[in-house]
Write a protein that binds this ligand. Sequence first.
Ligand SMILES: Cc1cc2nc3c(=O)[nH]c(=O)nc-3n(C[C@H](O)[C@H](O)[C@H](O)COP(=O)(O)OP(=O)(O)OC[C@H]3O[C@@H](n4cnc5c(N)ncnc54)[C@H](O)[C@@H]3O)c2cc1C
Length: 385
Amino acid sequence: MDFELSFEQQELVTALKRFVETELYPHEDLVERERGVPPDLAAEIKKKAIDNGFYAMNMPEELGGGGLDALTLSLAEKEIGKAGSGLGILIGRPTRILLACKDDQIEEYLMPSIRGERKNCFALTEPGAGSDARAITTRAVKDGDDFIVNGTKLYISAADISDFIILNTVSGVEETPRGPRKLFTTFLLDKNTPGVTVTPMLSICTHGYNPNTIYLEDVRIPKSKILGEEGKGFSIANEWLYAGRVMLSAHCVGRGERVMEMTADWAANRKAFGKAIGDFQGTGFKLADMATELRLADLMTLNCAWKMDQGTLTRQEASMCNVFASEMIFRLTDNAMQIFGGMSMMEDFPIQRYWRDARVERIWEGTSEIHRDIIARDILKPYRK
Ligand SMILES: Cc1cc2nc3c(=O)[nH]c(=O)nc-3n(C[C@H](O)[C@H](O)[C@H](O)COP(=O)(O)OP(=O)(O)OC[C@H]3O[C@@H](n4cnc5c(N)ncnc54)[C@H](O)[C@@H]3O)c2cc1C
């Protein structure tokens, strides 16, 4: 096994690291205070990301994207993950679900997303349907060549700063030998369509990348806006689920590296009882465990990303990676707070922000329990008689 990064990968990591440190870090306190990135600043950072060739690194080269493989993307995600999410999203990685665009959708949604001219959010969760995504009730009813959509979507990240919504609906029911089955249809919905209302929610984490409620009241959507096929909504979403889990893990590892560096520096220099606190075994062992778990999460992530490139990543492996990395970053930031002592509780000191941001990683890309459920089911499957 070759663990060496290629020259191009090293160059990308170095360039991105410099970009994140110089263009994103200086604005983190502002974004935290304002709970958002001022529009002028957002436009300026996005332009620099585009000029530096960092925008849409995950999209195919022939469409104007960076054409990176999953392994290289995970290295990039690690660097971007070091900065606050509100700023990190300005180095846009448009969702690959948009590759399902066809006909006019390509020029209307896909290409402008790759060029950084349009931005989407992804709306699945509802008040009555989170982990149990198939329980969604947002209804799309056919009316001639259009659909009329009614429902409510909850916690939708960045809906406030997006201009179109990838909207998941129920469009019918089919009879199967095992009983009735819902049919799901995904739409591309312009946010300024009459009947769409977006209301920001106040969350404790990832300021600037904020959750929103989307109310849909008699929204008319032409059938030309169906993404993929009518009645097969989840099949396109499933294709990129694993990628989301691996990139979340890379994000957690990047953030962990940043917090680890700050904490080690503090522990090596903060004195109590005449010596550095890192020299007390109670602190030193915490640091050792933090670093060990971080390394494990890093190796798991790289391995999963590599397997994605080979086409051999299983859903069990993607879930293992997600659950381990997301729980690792919470333990790591919690230990870091303990090592920073009273200072960690101060709002103007960033450690509490990393800890708050870490908490959502165990929830938003599937909860830890759902991932454990997937892993357990796949372990048991071959042995069931
Ligand atoms: C900040 C933020 C941003 C988000 N962004 C988006 C977005 O952009 N788009 C979007 O569609 N959604 C988004 N979400 C929603 C997110 O995907 C859901 O919160 C998540 O899937 C969990 O659903 P839920 O909150 O309804 O919790 P529930 O599903 O109600 O779960 C509550 C608890 O019950 C447990 N539980 C549920 N079922 C089982 C089971 N079978 N076995 C064991 N335990 C179980 C869960 O693990 C959890 O602990 C976001 C959420 C947050 C917090």
